[in-house]
Every structure is written in structure tokens, then in C-alpha cells.
Design a protein around this ligand. Structure first.
Ligand SMILES: Nc1ncnc2c1ncn2[C@@H]1O[C@H](COP(=O)(O)OP(=O)(O)OP(=O)(O)O)[C@@H](O)[C@H]1O
Length: 354
């Protein structure tokens, strides 16, 4: 008790959702204080440790607009750590930004990582957190954090299914008694949807658009399913601007929601297949629980219009969107942080590497 009183105001313990698209930092007792893109701008001619120019919001603005000697990198590109050193630098930046004052005790940090990361990557994330000033560092798998963040009773002897669609990955997991019973992780997420839009526009109109434009199209008129009560209708359209690949000049075209739905069909079907195959491999008692309780979707990708309805149609199960899909994982990480001593069983430990 005395110890808690002494340490609480000075230790900025933090939970970090180290995402492919966004990194969010939760500070114990305060909530989510940092929410920035997982992007690092570095000088191309320097090694990645010394050439960091900007991280987060500032670095994202540089994507596609950098001169030749500056590159904006997304070090977690496909839901895994594509670039160790840059990831470590990014993590340090966020930890130091959140920690701020030297007089605080070194924090305890829980980092959320995709469930597909290797033992080497787990170790690297722990080491990066310790190098950046953590006094203790722990890992939690993304679907577990998403389930806790969505308020699912993960410790009960009942099946809970969570589908977390992030930027780089979709993680599907069935959780019961504080553990993941069955899971599937595919390298398809919101980024893949953006890429499908870029390809479609290039192949159909000979028009090159950037990833950011594709993401805007997805968020404005993208949809997985049309029905009377979906917010987007097939006739909705938007004007988009890109570079004509024939004459190299800027060109504007109008594109419909129906057309974008066609372009998104393949990656959307991959997500549906991942959910179905996880359900197929789930023990019958847990499947029956999921039938009763429904599937919970989290992650920014779950905000694609109509995706919940498509999934419900395809699986025959009720499907719900978590209250705050983009923050669900960091909230789950935060809950674990708030009750670290009671919830240590949901954390994962990297195996000792020889
Ligand atoms: N309204 C929306 N409609 C469709 N997609 C959206 C919407 N809002 C955000 N997204 C997409 O969500 C994705 C980012 O989600 P999120 O922040 O949960 O990912 P992440 O946690 O960084 O990634 P990962 O879980 O793969 O590590 C991006 O691809 C973004 O385009």
C-alpha cells in the first residue's frame, strides 16, 4: 500500500499498441495520450539508427513527397517487423515522448504485438523497450488485447471470437479461460484494400493514384456489402485525381461505390475465408458459445462499410463491432497494465534464444 502511494504518481507505466498503421500509447491512470502513424522518415544515405529525421505524424506527411535522399518507412509494413532497427527507433521515440520527465520512475511497459511475430521479433521488441528506458517489459498478443479491450470475458470457460482487422494483418482468434484456443493470422488488412483500389484504377483507367488517395476512397465510398440499411449505396461516387499513365498529366475521374466494391472483393473474401476456417477448426462447445454470443470485430479495417453484415451473412453468426474499433487493442493493453498482477497470465514470454 505504502509502495503504491509512493510510486503511482511518478511512474508512467504504459501500454503500447505497436501497429502496422498506427502506434497508440496508453498511460496508466490517464488513458490514450499518443496516437500517431507508425512511420519513420530517415535519410537514405545514412544507416537507419543515425539518420532518423521524423517519426509519427510528421513522418507520415512526408510519404510520397520526399526528395530522393529521404525515405519514409513503415517499419511494421506487413504486420511483422520488417525493419528491426527502425522499429526500435520508433518505439524509443514514442516511449520517450510519453515518459517526458526524468524525475519519473522508469516505467513498466506492455507492448502489443501481432500474434504472428517470431521469437526473435518478440525478443527484439522487449529489448527495444528496455533500451528505451523501461524497467520491465511485457508482450501481449493483439487478438487477446482486442478481446480484453472489447470487454469480452476472456477468463471464463466460454468461447469468445474476435476478428481484429488492422493495417497489415487480420487476426482471428477464439479465446477461452484466459488463453487463445484457436487462431489464424493473415497478411491481409486495410493496406491490402488500399492496394486493390490502386491496382483497379491503374488497370481500368490508366491512372496512378497514391496510397493515401486510395485510403480516402476506401473510407468514403468503400463497402463490402450493400443493403437497405448500409450507409453506402452502389450509386455513391467520388471524384479522384491522379496521374495519367499515358501522357503523364494530372487527370480527374469519377468512380462509383459499386466499382470499388468489385475492386475490394478479393481481399475482403480472404478475410471472410480466414474467419470461416477458424470457425471450422474450433471445438464444437466453443462454436456453440460463439453462435450465442456472436463474433466481435475490432481494428480500423472493421470500419469498412458493410463488412460486419457480410460476415454475418457468410457465417450465419451474429457479428458486432467493438465500441471503439481503432482503440480497442490499446484499451485492452491498458486494462492489462492497470491490473498487471492479476492479468499476467494473458501475457506472452519470448522463449530463451540460444
Ligand atoms: N472508416 C474506415 N473505413 C475503412 N477502413 C478504415 C477506416 N478507418 C480506418 N481504417 C483502416 O484501418 C487500418 C488501420 O487500423 P488499425 O489502426 O487498427 O491498424 P494497426 O493496429 O496499426 O495495424 P495491425 O493490427 O495490422 O498492426 C488502415 O488500413 C485504415 O485505412
Amino acid at each position: 500500500m505504502v509502495m503504491d502511494f509512493l510510486t503511482a504518481p511518478f511512474s508512467r507505466d504504459m501500454g503500447i499498441d505497436l501497429g502496422t498503421a498506427n502506434t497508440l500509447v496508453y498511460i496508466k491512470g490517464k488513458g490514450v495520450l499518443i496516437r500517431e502513424p507508425s512511420v519513420v522518415a530517415i535519410k537514405a544515405d545514412k544507416d537507419s539508427a543515425n539518420g532518423v529525421l521524423a517519426v509519427g505524424d510528421e513522418a507520415k506527411k512526408m510519404i510520397g513527397r520526399t526528395p530522393g535522399n529521404i525515405v519514409a518507412i513503415r517499419p511494421m509494413k506487413d504486420g511483422v517487423i520488417a525493419d528491426f532497427e527502425v522499429t526500435e527507433n520508433m518505439l524509443k521515440y514514442f516511449i520517450q515522448k510519453a515518459h517526458k520527465r526524468k524525475r519519473f520512475l522508469r516505467p513498466r511497459i506492455v507492448v502489443c504485438v501481432p500474434s504472428g511475430v517470431t521469437e526473435v521479433e518478440k525478443r527484439a521488441v522487449i529489448d527495444a523497450a528496455l533500451h528505451a528506458g523501461a524497467r520491465e517489459a511485457y508482450l501481449i498478443e493483439e487478438p487477446m488485447a482486442a478481446a480484453i479491450g472489447a470487454g469480452l470475458p476472456v477468463h471464463e470457460a466460454t468461447g469468445n471470437m474476435v476478428v481484429d482487422i488492422g493495417g497489415g494483418t487480420t487476426e482471428v482468434a477464439v479465446i477461452s479461460l484466459g488463453g487463445i484456443v484457436n487462431k489464424k493470422s493473415i497478411r491481409v488488412g486495410g493496406d491490402e484494400l488500399d492496394e486493390a483500389i490502386v491496382h483497379h484504377i491503374k488497370n481500368t483507367y490508366n491512372l496512378m493514384v497514391g496510397d493515401r488517395t486510395a485510403e480516402e476512397i476506401k473510407m468514403s465510398i468503400g463497402s463490402a456489402y450493400f443493403s437497405d440499411n448500409t450507409e453506402i449505396s452502389p450509386d455513391d461516387s467520388m471524384e479522384i485525381r491522379g496521374r495519367d499513365l499515358v501522357n503523364g498529366l494530372p487527370k480527374t475521374i469519377s468512380i462509383s461505390s459499386e466499382e470499388i466494391q468489385g475492386a475490394l472483393q478479393e481481399p475482403v473474401n480472404d478475410i471472410v475465408r480466414a474467419v470461416k476456417s477458424t470457425l471450422e477448426g474450433t471445438p464444437p462447445e466453443l462454436s456453440a458459445d460463439i453462435m450465442d454470443r456472436g463474433i466481435v470485430m475490432a481494428g480500423g479495417g472493421s470500419l469498412l462499410a458493410g463488412l460486419d453484415k457480410l460476415l454475418a451473412d457468410e457465417t450465419g453468426m451474429p457479428v458486432y463491432l467493438a465500441d471503439d474499433p481503432l482503440d480497442c487493442v490499446v484499451h485492452g493493453t491498458g486494462k492489462v497494465l492497470e491490473e498487471l498482477n492479476n492479468l499476467k497470465d494473458v501475457l506472452i514470454t519470448p522463449k530463451r534464444l540460444s
